[in-house]
Each structure stands twice: as structure tokens, then as C-alpha cells.
Write a protein that binds this ligand. Structure first.
Ligand SMILES: C[S@@+](CC[C@H](N)C(=O)[O-])C[C@H]1O[C@@H](n2cnc3c(N)ncnc32)[C@H](O)[C@@H]1O
Length: 316
């Protein structure tokens, strides 16, 4: 089974390079031709076999695809919260190097914290788990990535993240506990650029993902509707089947992706067709999904577009 998985993953590398890193969105200014992309995917794959990591190279390539699509002129760093032994850090540092950005890594370097009350994903026996010493992480990144792009900020998120100042084009938050996620989103969200990305690893835990859909949370801390999370429950598609929930992991059913959202996304559940009296909360921000417009504005816009297209095709 393990050997089969290895073969499958190896053979899928060119497909991943072509489909995830192909297309016009990847900025040409980063100078990555097809070979460069294939080399990058291979290196990411290889690194995850050498340096310990809790996430897959597919997840890393998926993040690369989004970060490489951000033009260089958009100022901002890449952030990783929760690095464990640094396997993912090494791969993120490769992306940082290509895009000439800094990678800032936040971690306690003491493993998971003591559980906070009410945190459904925290356990007393988890305290100290996933501990990676700072030197160990540095060594892994120096060996498999680009250490010169990295800055390490040690401490509990509740103490280190409030001091964060730099604009962020992308943040990868893999922190296990709900309370840790809360701190990361609370302190990093204001720094995300207009279309900055936030990725998480625990996308298969629906109650964990709920933060991204909680009207209450987003109204309380940011006075805005929730952004939602693409891939909640199953991860964004990276070419592998995942029929979760996580009861067993077979080679073709392992979750291998990330969940993601963006600063300008809009994920409010404002579809209220039964006249229950609930009113969708209008959002005048510059949000990305079509639901950012009220239905009465949106439907005529769609119809207009269809009519324009029919006219252009001479079918009117
Ligand atoms: C599952 S590991 C991260 C795995 C890593 N992203 C990877 O791909 O290999 C979780 C990390 O989050 C860190 N962490 C969790 N909660 C934290 C907190 N409140 N403050 C600082 N670090 C925290 C832990 O020290 C640990 O390194």
C-alpha cells in the first residue's frame, strides 16, 4: 500500500505542476517556466519525505499556486503559524525565495499549549505535543529550503502575534487548537492585504472551520460578515479523493490539502428563501463572491450578461 502510494505520488508530480502551477494567473515576473515549476514540485515532494511535516506537499503546492499569483508589487510577507519540525517551513521558504518575500514563522517551539476552557479540540495530554526546537527547525530549513528568507518569532501566539506589523500576502495557520486558531486569525487578519490568503490545515474538522462562518465572531471582532472557508470538510481540490470524515486513511482517501479563505471573501449564509423574517445583512465592502450583491441587484446583472453574450454571438 505504502509503495503504491509512493508510485502514485511520484507519477502525479508533472500533473500537479501542470494543473496547479499552470495557467495565466501565475505571475511571469517570477520567471518559472514549465521546468522550473516541475523542479519546484519535485523539490517540495522530496522535502516532505526528508523533513518531518504534518502536511502534504500537495497542500504546499496549492499554497504556492496562490502566492505565485500575487504580483510582486503587492507588498507583504508570508507567515507560518505552527511549524513543528519545519518541513512545511522549508517548502514555504522556497516560495518566499522565488517571490522575493520574507517568511515569518511564529511558534512556541514548546509544542501545543495547555488547553483553554471550551476548546473542543484541546486535551490536557496534548500539552507539549508537536514540539520542535528552534535549532532543529532552522537546521531543516537550512538543509531543504532557504533559511536566508526566514525570520523566527518564538512565543505563545497570544503574546507574539499582537506585535505583528508587516502586511501579509499569505498566512498558513496549522495550530490544532481552536483557541490558537482564534489568536492567529484575530491578530493576523487586519494585516492581510486586500486579497491576502489565509490557509488552514484542520479543514476536515467542521466545528473548527465554523469560526470562518460565525457571524457572531466576525461581527464582534471585525464588524464584518464572515469570509467563509473554501474546502471546509474536504480541503480544496488537489487531485486526490477524500471521502472523510477521518476514520481511516487509505492512500487514495487521505486528506492532502488545505482549507483557504481570502480577506475579501464573503461567506455569510444569507439565503433565506422561506420568508422566515430574517433579513440578509447588506455588506458594502468590496467582497468577491456574487452573494456580496443583494439578489435583486445580482439577478438582473446576470441576465444582462447573458443577453450581451447572445447578442455578440448573433443569437438575439
Ligand atoms: C501540528 S503542529 C504544525 C505542523 C506543521 N505546520 C507542519 O506542517 O509540519 C502545530 C504547531 O503549532 C504550535 N502551536 C499551537 N498552538 C500554539 C500557540 N498558542 N502558541 C504558539 N505555538 C502554538 C505548536 O508548537 C506546533 O509547532
Amino acid at each position: 500500500m505504502v509503495a503504491m502510494r509512493g508510485v502514485y505520488e511520484f507519477l502525479s508530480l508533472p500533473v500537479i505542476a501542470y494543473f496547479l502551477l499552470g495557467g495565466p494567473r501565475i505571475q511571469k515576473e517570477y520567471g518559472l517556466g514549465m521546468w522550473g515549476k516541475l523542479r519546484l514540485v519535485y523539490r517540495m515532494y522530496h522535502n516532505t519525505r526528508k523533513a518531518t511535516t504534518g502536511t502534504s506537499f500537495r497542500a504546499h503546492v496549492a499554497m504556492a499556486a496562490k502566492i505565485l499569483a500575487v504580483p510582486r508589487k503587492t507588498e507583504g510577507v508570508i507567515v507560518e503559524c505552527g511549524c513543528w519540525k519545519g518541513g512545511t517551513t522549508a517548502n514555504l521558504s522556497l516560495i518566499a525565495d522565488i517571490t522575493r518575500r520574507r517568511l515569518i514563522v511564529y511558534d512556541s517551539f514548546e509544542g501545543l499549549p495547555e488547553p483553554a476552557t471550551g476548546d473542543r479540540w484541546a486535551h490536557a495530554f496534548g500539552t507539549g505535543a508537536y514540539k520542535g526546537e528552534l535549532d532543529e527547525v532552522r537546521d531543516n530549513v537550512a538543509r531543504y529550503g532557504k533559511i536566508e528568507c526566514c525570520e523566527f518569532r518564538k512565543g505563545w501566539f497570544s503574546e507574539s502575534l499582537p506585535g505583528h506589523k508587516e502586511p501579509v500576502v499569505a498566512a498558513f495557520v496549522d495550530v490544532d487548537y481552536q483557541n490558537s486558531l482564534h489568536d492567529c486569525v484575530l491578530y493576523l487578519w487586519p494585516h492581510l492585504t486586500k486579497q491576502g490568503w489565509l490557509f488552514i490545515d484542520e479543514y476536515s474538522r467542521l466545528d473548527y472551520c465554523a469560526l470562518f462562518f460565525s457571524e457572531w465572531w466576525w461581527a464582534k471582532y471585525f464588524d464584518r460578515p464572515p469570509p467563509g472557508l473554501l474546502g471546509a470538510g474536504c480541503g480544496i481540490g488537489v487531485g486526490q479523493y477524500f471521502t472523510g470524515p477521518l476514520r481511516e486513511k487509505t492512500p487514495y482517501q487521505a486528506p492532502n490539502s488545505v482549507g483557504m479563505t481570502r480577506k475579501d471573501f464573503y461567506g455569510m449564509w444569507d439565503y433565506v428563501p422561506d420568508g422566515s423574517g430574517l433579513e440578509p445583512r447588506p455588506y458594502n465592502g468590496d467582497a468577491w463572491t456574487t452573494t456580496a450583491r443583494l439578489p435583486e441587484e445580482n439577478a438582473p446583472r446576470q441576465l444582462e450578461k447573458i443577453l450581451e453574450r447572445m447578442e455578440a454571438e448573433g443569437n438575439s
